[in-house]
Ligand binder design. Sequence first.
Ligand SMILES: [Zn+2]
Length: 527
Amino acid sequence: MLRTSVGPAGLAAIALLVPSNAPRAQETADPMQSITEAELRDHIHYLASDFLAGRDAGSEGYTLAAHYGAILFGAAGLEPMLADSAGAFTFFQRIAFKNMKVSGASALRVTVDGETQNYRLGEGFLAVQLFSSRPLNTEETPVFVGRGIEEPDHGWNDYEGLEVSGKIAVMVGGAPTRDAEPVLPEEQHAVYSSLQRSANMRVMSALRHDPSALIIVVDSGSISLWNEVATMMERPSMRSDSPAGAEEGAPRASPWIIFMKAEDAAGLLSGTGCDPQTGGGTCTPGPLDGVRVALDLKQDVEPAFSSPNVVALLPGTDPALKDEHIVVTAHLDHVGIRNGQIYNGADDNASGSAAILEAAEAAAMAPVKRSIIFVLFTAEEDGLLGAMHFVANPPVPVESIVLNINLDMVGRNSPDWPESLLAMGSENRRPQLLELIRDVNSRVGAELDWRLNEGSDPHNHVQRSDQLAFMQKGIPAILITRGFMGPDYHRPSDDPGTINYAKVLQATRLAYGLAAEAANREPLFEE
Ligand SMILES: [Zn+2]
């Protein structure tokens, strides 16, 4: 219906009209009961409508979503706590970003036994940089890290005894074998056999060893990975452009990651006993003597732009404890439009954003001892950039933040955890956080799955959303999610019609209940 573009006044009117059929919170005395499915449904239908075009950070659609959030925070009676350039209070924490793209002038040269081969970006090699934008210009003998697999529980570690830090590392795909028998259990063997499925794990392992660059040889069975990376390279990647936030959250190890096709890597791997087409063979790790790799890699910077976090304060009521803060968060952005298709991101993360709006409204009905800050983050999908900026430039002293509660994707059923939510505590406070969650949930009655708190998490949920920014500052964090995999994840089909609204209601009540309980508890954590 809304086909024409509208000015700020028009969009304010639209934003206020959208949740019109919902009961007003003030009519209900119990804040917990004031949170309703109908209101959550309204928020999700607006935020995940085509009108907002996938809420890509920096886009007009994201700006509309941010204004919607600010207007509703204000309507709920929360306070802005940031100052704009004219000194007026605002709900917006504006962040300067820049877009980076790997320069077409980047070059790769490989010399094997005196014979030199040059490769062109996009044809002979692909290059991406995960967190930083540092150029790299070097020529050296690289280190072969075999298949780049660390599975010490199964007696396998390709990095054992290798000095990789600051050097160029070369890695092949494939799963390890001994006497033609798989070394790893069947399921893991299958995962590692596919470079596509195991690329994340291998890169995470490599990051811990801090190479300056990682060259991944793409075997002929994993050409879809090559295509995916090539598509990814066409889109510019975002970085914070503000001095204090710039690369603040980036791990020290932020290597260039380079992909070469197997047929181009035969010379490079000639001394390793490794078949680049399959990743089969002995693939013995070690320095690649007789090989020199020259890299000249840089990023082009595209014009800067800004995109805000939306930040609202509910002041605490206790004279002393009000200076401590619980920060309740969800990312508001999604991935926008790709290949002409709108990615509405209803579950990811209109669901969590709607929960923040309703939890904030409920909390404002009954203020508590500690202060609560509600934040809708920008640029999560670009690498947690909004959250990283927030903890690097907090509106209150970072030491005063005693807990983060983050919601990301709370509206679908994951095949691994059907009908349930995961409520995960951070490492540093896990037992106390789980007790807090159990206690609050005895009143909320959400269906919770504890398996990832009790065992290991192959999908690494805790590292993959905004709570990580808080955890890196030593702040305890709780993540509420339905699990980061399953149907329609990062697909254009992540639409409002697929959402399990009863589940969003549970997640919202849990988040509100946790924030209110944590804000009143004395002390918050028993030592
Ligand atoms: Zn998300």
